[in-house]
Design a protein around this ligand. Sequence first.
Ligand code: NAP
Length: 324
Amino acid sequence: MNRRIVIAELPSGAVAERHFRAETAPLPSPGPGEVLTRTLFASLDPVNRAQMRGRTYRDGLDVGDVMPAFTISALEDGTLVAAEGGWQEHAALPASSLAPIDAGGGPLSHHLGVLGLNGLTAYFGLLDVGRVAAGETVLVSAAAGATGNVAGQLARIHGARVVGLASTDAKRRLLEERLGFDATLDYRSPTLSRDLKGCCPEGVDVYFDNVGGPLLDAVLPRMNVHGRIVCCGTLASYDADAAPPGPRAVPGLLISRRLRMEGFVVVDYADQRATAVRRLTGWVKSGELVVLEEIVNGLDAAPAAFVDLLAGGNVGKRLVRVSA
Ligand SMILES: NC(=O)c1ccc[n+]([C@@H]2O[C@H](COP(=O)([O-])OP(=O)(O)OC[C@H]3O[C@@H](n4cnc5c(N)ncnc54)[C@H](OP(=O)(O)O)[C@@H]3O)[C@@H](O)[C@H]2O)c1
């Protein structure tokens, strides 16, 4: 049998545990070209909440659907693969969609975070879209999250001055004391605009934007001429019925400051993935890139862990250990 977590109700307002339901179904049987996988780890990603509102660049979700998730899964012969198995113990997936993983002696879980989706997103977003250079100032939103913490550390590794935005003192201390951020700010502060000015006296060259919404509005006036805004995600709108209003300074400031604002999706970089994973692995091994990871045990814990993630409860990558 297959234990799985499906959507019980589509949320209106913030997502809650009652929007999910655990159920036991027959083991899926693979069709032509498919294989049966067993889930070891499932990734928790805020963007899956956006799918509950309808189509993004990924399909929308409906009641009864298994909650989607990137997974580290095992084939029947023990081969380890990166897959999209969802919140379930077993999945029947097209063989062509699976990528073998060589854990190389390191923790398997890293392949869902720092060496997987989030590390690669930070890497291509910062280096290819943001084109960071030594001596520049890089500002990162959701900086203590899975993607943001890696983006900030990569900026530090490339010789930039790094400022992170996070909600709590504990997160900010961690960023400054363990991850080498030069400064951090509470983005919820009523004096945010003034705080940004004080923290980035020479302006911002690269804004790694995981959030969008009013925060982007507050950052735009601090951007330097020829600055780059890396549009990575829009966390401000995922757990709500409607997106918050967009920034007022677009396109005026984009023109006067000659800014480049560019969105990207990490899957477009598949051809450069191997090089990126090799470089990220090198920084992790040398200790230059600190890994922040939280592992929650058991599929049944996934809904609560996901709801808490959207409320800012996570530090770094949060994932679920589904089976041994
Ligand atoms: N473009 C791509 O290819 C790609 C790929 C992967 C991920 N992404 C995007 O990257 C972003 C980060 O994803 P992640 O998986 O690394 O999540 P994450 O940052 O680990 O988790 C969410 C964190 O965001 C912060 N947050 C939540 N709501 C916020 C808001 N309204 N304003 C500011 N901060 C907020 C919270 O931290 P605080 O406590 O500090 O509020 C929370 O801990 C998302 O937008 C995601 O969609 C994009």
